[in-house]
Design a protein around this ligand. Structure first.
Ligand code: SF4
Ligand code: SF4
Length: 376
C-alpha cells in the first residue's frame, strides 16, 4: 500500500472498538494501546510525523501480527499490514526496531539463524542412521526440505521426525548443509531492506540448486515463502508446502501407514498456517492424520481461521514475555487433555516455555514427532 492509501485506511476507523475483544494482547493487558484500534492511533501519529512515546513504540512491537483483527474489523481495514508498514516507517526514521531485534538480526546476519545457534550445530537433528548416506546439495532432486531455525535448533525432533517420515515413504527430497534463515523475523521487525537482501540471496541459492518445490516445517517459513517472497521477488515461482500436506498426500497414496495410538490431544492451529494463509487452509490435513491414529481431538474454543496466536508471534516474547505467558495460559485453560499438538515449532517451543513458567503439566509435541510413533 502507498502512504496515502495507508493514511486513508487509518482514517476510515470508526473508533467503534469492536476489534478490542478479539485481540489477545489487549485482552491479557486491558491496555487499549495494545489493541488494534490503539495501534491504528499510534500508526496515525507515525504517519503524521508526531513523536511517539516509548510505550507506544512497545505497543507496536507487542503485536503478534496474528491477523485476527483483519477478520473482525467492521471497516475491513488491513490492520496488520498497517502495523507492519508503521514499523518499517519507524525503521526508516531511525526510531526502531528495539534493541532485542537489533541483537537477533545481528545474529541472523552473522550466524544465519534467529535463535543464536552455533552454525556448526545446525545439523545436530539429523538422525544418526541417515548421516552417512545424506548427500545434501549434491542430491539430484528439485524438492528441498527447508527446516528453518526453530526446527533446526530449538525443536529438533520436528526436523528429524519430518525427515524420517519422508525417508520411510521413499519421498524424493534434499536438505541443505548450511541452510539460511528465511528472513521472516527481519521482515516482521520492519527491517524490510535487509529482509529483501536475505530473500534475494535465498532465491538465487534455490535457483542455482534447481529447486522447484520447498517443504517447510515452520508456519513462519511457510508464511514467508508464500506471502512475503512473492511480494518482493520478481518471478518467485517455487511451489511451497507445509510438510504435513505432503505427509497427508503420502498417507492417502498408501505410501505410509499409521497404526492406532488411542490418545487424546488438543490440536492448535498456528495462525500463520491457517488464517494468514487462508488460501492453503491447512487445518483438515493434520486432523485427518491424527484421526488415522485413532486419536481423539479436544478442540479449543477458537480453531481453524479463528485460531489465536500461541503468544510468541512476531518475536513478542523477547519484547514482553509477560504477555506471551498470559496468552499461553489463557489457551491452556481451554486444553482438556495433557498433550497439545502443533504443526509449528515456534508454537511448540512457546507452549513448552509457558508450561515451564506456569507449571501446568501440559506437554506439547510437534505433529510429525507424534505421527512417527504411529508409523508402521
Ligand atoms: S473494528 Fe475497525 S473500525 Fe472499529 S475500532 Fe476496530 S479498527 Fe476501527
Ligand atoms: S494482529 Fe493480533 S495482536 Fe496485533 S493488533 Fe491484531 S489482533 Fe491484536
Amino acid at each position: 500500500m502507498k502512504e496515502n492509501q495507508i493514511i486513508e485506511k487509518i482514517h476510515s476507523c470508526l473508533d467503534c472498538k469492536k476489534c478490542l475483544e478479539s485481540c489477545d494482547t489487549y485482552l491479557v493487558t486491558q491496555d487499549e494501546l495494545k489493541s488494534p484500534n490503539g495501534r491504528l492511533k499510534i500508526a496515525d501519529k507515525i504517519y503524521s510525523n508526531i513523536e511517539i512515546t516509548d510505550e507506544e513504540l512497545n505497543s507496536m512491537y507487542t503485536c503478534t501480527l496474528c491477523g485476527i483483527c483483519d477478520l473482525v474489523c467492521v471497516q475491513k481495514i488491513p490492520i496488520t499490514e498497517i502495523i507492519h508498514a508503521s514499523k518499517a516507517k519507524l525503521v526508516e526514521l531511525g526510531k526502531a526496531p528495539l534493541e532485542i531485534h537489533e541483537k537477533i538480526i545481528e545474529g541472523i546476519l552473522k550466524y544465519n539463524n534467529s535463535v543464536n545457534g552455533n552454525p556448526e550445530e545446525r545439523l545436530n537433528w539429523l538422525p544418526e542412521k541417515y548421516k552417512a548416506e545424506e548427500l545434501f546439495e549434491q542430491k539430484d532432486s528439485d524438492t528441498l526440505l527447508f527446516l528453518g531455525c526453530m526446527s533446526s535448533f530449538r525443536v529438533k525432533e520436528s526436523a528429524s521426525a519430518s525427515y524420517e517420515i519422508l525417508k520411510k515413504a521413499h519421498y524424493d527430497f534434499k536438505i541443505l548443509k548450511n541452510e539460511p534463515c528465511c528472513g521472516e523475523y527481519v521482515y516482521s521487525a520492519g527491517k524490510v531492506e535487509i529482509a529483501k537482501k536475505i530473500m534475494e540471496d535465498n532465491f538465487s541459492l534455490f535457483k542455482n540448486l534447481g529447486i522447484k518445490n520447498i517443504l517447510v516445517t515452520c508456519a513462519g517459513c511457510l508464511y514467508a515463502f508464500n506471502k512475503i517472497y512473492p511480494k518482493y521477488i520478481k518471478n518467485f515461482n517455487i511451489n511451497v508446502k507445509h510438510v504435513i500436506q505432503v505427509i497427508h498426500e503420502l498417507e492417502k497414496q498408501g505410501k505410509i501407514k499409521l497404526k492406532p495410538l488411542n490418545k487424546r490431544v488438543s490440536y492448535h492451529d498456528a495462525c500463520r498456517m491457517v488464517r494468514k494463509l487462508n488460501n492453503l487452509k491447512i487445518y483438515r490435513e493434520p486432523r485427518e492424520l491424527l484421526e488415522k491414529t485413532e486419536t481423539s481431538i479436544n478442540e479449543l474454543n477458537k480453531k481453524e481461521e479463528n485460531t489465536p496466536c500461541c503468544g510468541a508471534g512476531s518475536g513478542i516474547r523477547g519484547v514482553d514475555s509477560s504477555i506471551t505467558i498470559k496468552i499461553g495460559s489463557k489457551i491452556f485453560e481451554e486444553v482438556n487433555s495433557k498433550l497439545i499438538i502443533s504443526a509449528c515449532p515456534l508454537c511448540v517451543f512457546n507452549y513448552r516455555y509457558v508450561n515451564y513458567k506456569t507449571q501446568n503439566n501440559i506437554e506439547t509435541k510437534y505433529i510429525t514427532d507424534f505421527l512417527l510413533d504411529a508409523l508402521e
